[in-house]
Design a protein around this ligand. Structure first.
Ligand code: CUA
Length: 342
């Protein structure tokens, strides 16, 4: 007697597909996802997505063909009652040539666009409108140095829309990786090595970046933003960044200035126009104008700044800036001073 077991309805193929689709749609592929590399908003990211789409399409064709053959073979040549030992064969020159030549042709078809895309994405752009930026990864923040413009900033890369921005990427300590999913990347930041790439943003906006190489306990907190703005806004930003802030006149900010310039702060940071000229931590000359703080993990407002000053390693585990055990009064004064540095 043959016992037939019906598969329960809950496992019908339609339900499995519906569940899988729901699961995929819940994993963050929303239309507004600011870190979605499949929604490119710049030339380099677009080249990378086009390459991805081509490879994906070829992979789908190969998958459907191979799985189709497999299913056909399983059904057509399944064992039937009274089947004996199947006919035994060894070697089939024609078939072996076919399944060697076709994969080789597919690999060549994939290699040509891959190599040309790599060459285009890493070519150093030239021309009068190109902006050059030296990108230095640090545990755990990004330094952006514009040698042609005399500007140094951190965790916030400003670029004019439509312009090619040349990136000369290296690291001050361990290996990091520079990546702005909607604009392009990833570029390894390696000590004593200069890797080149470039980005371009089609439209004004704020783009999110993230270190992509596991680089220590605050790797996940090593974020940054790219602010793409019109040429006029960018030029104004450059002028603002080049200005040297005056000594504060507000009493609270002046108290903060004195705390900053007579404590450990000066051992790590630079604020132009003050005795603080060290290069270990980020340059804070215009920190008040930044949109974010602490590797883009905090918003730049007095509350978040106080949170950071109160306990840096509590915000960013492993932070090289230690807890300086500042009093609430000192934090308030420092916060008033730093926020005044526009
Ligand atoms: Cu730097 Cu991960």
């Amino acid at each position: 007697m043959v016992l037939r077991v019906r598969s329960p309805k809950i496992l019908s193929p339609a339900i499995i597909i519906a569940l899988a689709t729901t699961a995929v749609s819940l994993t963050g592929c929303a239309a507004t996802d600011p870190m979605n590399a499949l929604q490119p908003l710049g030339e380099v990211a677009r080249m990378e997505v086009n390459l991805f789409n081509l490879i994906f399409a070829i992979a789908v064709v190969v998958f459907v063909f191979v799985e189709g053959l497999l299913i056909y073979a399983v059904v057509r040549y399944r064992q039937r009652p009274n089947d004996g030992m199947p006919h035994q064969t060894h070697g089939h020159t024609t078939l072996e040539i076919i399944w060697t030549v076709i994969p080789a042709a597919i690999l060549i078809a994939l290699a040509v666009p891959t190599v040309t895309t790599i060459a285009s994405a890493t070519a150093i752009p030239t021309g009068p409108d190109v902006i050059n930026v030296k990108v230095v990864g640090h545990q755990w923040w990004w330094e952006f140095d514009y040698p042609g413009l005399g500007v140094v900033t951190s965790d916030e890369l400003h670029i004019p829309t439509g312009a090619r921005v040349e990136l000369d990427v290296e690291s001050a300590d361990v290996i990091h990786s520079f990546w702005v999913p909607q604009l392009g990347g990833k570029v390894q930041a390696i000590p004593n090595q200069h890797n080149h790439s470039w980005i371009e943003a089609d439209q004004a906006g704020t783009y999110h970046g993230q270190c992509y190489q596991l680089c220590g306990s605050s790797h996940a907190n090593m974020r940054f933003i790219v602010v793409a703005q019109s040429k006029a806004d960018f030029d104004k930003w450059v002028q603002d960044q080049k200005s040297v802030p005056a000594k504060p006149t507000d009493p609270e900010a002046l108290k903060g200035y004195q705390i900053f310039t007579t404590n450990a702060c000066v051992g790590c940071h630079t604020i132009e126009g003050t005795p603080a000229q060290a290069k270990i931590g980020p340059n804070l000359t215009h920190i008040g104008s930044h949109l974010t703080l602490a590797g883009a993990t905090l918003q730049n407002n007095p509350n978040d700044l106080a949170l950071w000053l109160h306990d840096p390693p509590g915000v960013k585990p492993g932070s090289i800036m230690p807890n300086l055990h500042l009093t609430n009064d000192q934090i308030q004064a420092l916060s008033a001073y730093l926020e005044s540095l526009k």
